[in-house]
Design a protein around this ligand. Structure first.
Ligand code: SF4
Length: 324
């Protein structure tokens, strides 16, 4: 088994949002990602998955805890180490149009990182690299001198991927990279990401709310709920044997393409009811308590810790705590 490239230890990212009001976007989250692995991170909008991804790569300061990339503290890097980290670690954003400068040609967008990190010794080498990365993502040299507005959503995301790859990264955070795209294009982009990972030995943190696509690309999946990680296990295990009540509800809501099977699924779908706990000054106890059908007395006062219930399968729920 390969070594961890990223280790996240008890990470908290809190925001002050008013007098005595603290939004706990990420609260005591721990996990690691092995080299060459894809970790999917899922949950409803506002669950803290994007904030977690951004804090992991130093785009946000942490409130407490630690993030280690190849054993070095991401939030303490300085000088040459920080420059090397910024080259090694890239991010691909949800909205490819907003993240690409409309005044720049595609060639200049892809070459931005090549120029910053001095990765081409001559104009010719720079040009060759641009064409190489455009080819890798399914575009070609004809596209190089055009502008972003001339491309479809899927093509724009391919340009964003080419820009990230051009600095020869090792680790990429993909922040909802397909959610702004048509369904027909989503699978193409996911398949492209899988192909690039195999060819280039990349490691991914894939942040998404679309559970079916996450299953397709991820080795393991982490489920987030209101700033907490509530379940973490292999992709197969999560889909065949979800344990946390929130994960079970998420899984039961995934539509199935076969109409007969879909009709059966709808009958057994778990509909979440009850008030959603506010992430601002959340109460003691389990954040899922007000919506959980299995809630017990202890759930109101004690926050469940993420524990290994089966080998490699972690759950944060008092139902799996022998001391309950
Ligand atoms: Fe439900 Fe309690 Fe488990 Fe929270 S800890 S998910 S409230 S059973």
């Amino acid at each position: 088994m390969s070594e961890a490239i990223l280790e996240v230890k008890d990470l908290c990212k809190h925001f002050h949002v008013g007098k005595n009001k603290i939004l706990k976007a990420v609260d005591h989250v721990s996990f690691s990602i092995r080299e060459g692995e894809t970790l999917g991170m899922v949950g409803e909008s506002g669950c803290g998955k994007t904030t977690c991804g951004r804090t992991c790569i130093g785009l946000y300061d942490k409130t407490s805890g630690q993030v280690l990339y190849k054993g070095k503290d991401v939030h303490q890097l300085k000088g040459a180490e920080k420059i090397a980290f910024k080259k090694d670690v890239q991010m691909i954003f949800q909205d490819p149009y907003a993240s690409l400068d409309p005044r720049m040609t595609v060639a200049d967008i892809v070459a931005e990182g090549i120029d910053i990190h001095h990765l081409a010794k001559s104009r010719k080498e720079r040009e060759e690299k641009i064409y190489h990365y455009l080819n890798l993502v399914g575009l070609n040299k004809e596209h190089a001198n055009r502008f972003v507005h001339e491309f479809s959503g899927g093509q724009r995301q391919r340009i964003g991927i080419a820009r990230a790859l051009a600095v020869e990264p090792k680790f990429i955070v993909l922040d909802e990279p397909i959610s702004a795209l048509d369904v027909s294009i989503q699978a193409q982009i996911v398949n492209l990401l899988i192909k690039l990972q195999k060819e280039m030995g990349l490691t991914y943190l894939f942040v998404a709310h679309d559970l079916s696509m996450v299953k397709h690309i991820s080795d393991r999946v982490a489920v987030m709920y209101l700033g907490n990680m509530v379940e973490l296990t292999s992709s197969e295990d999560l889909y065949s044997n979800p344990l946390h009540p929130y994960t079970k509800a998420l899984m039961s809501a995934i539509p199935i393409p076969d109409p007969k099977v879909e009709a059966e699924r709808e009958k057994t779908c778990i509909h979440l009811e009850g008030e959603v706990t506010s992430p601002i000054n959340p109460p003691e106890g389990c954040n899922f308590c007000k919506r959980c059908q299995n809630a017990m007395e202890i759930c109101k006062s004690k926050k469940p810790e993420l524990r290994e219930i089966e080998p490699g399968h972690f759950v944060a729920c008092h139902c799996f705590n022998e001391e309950k």
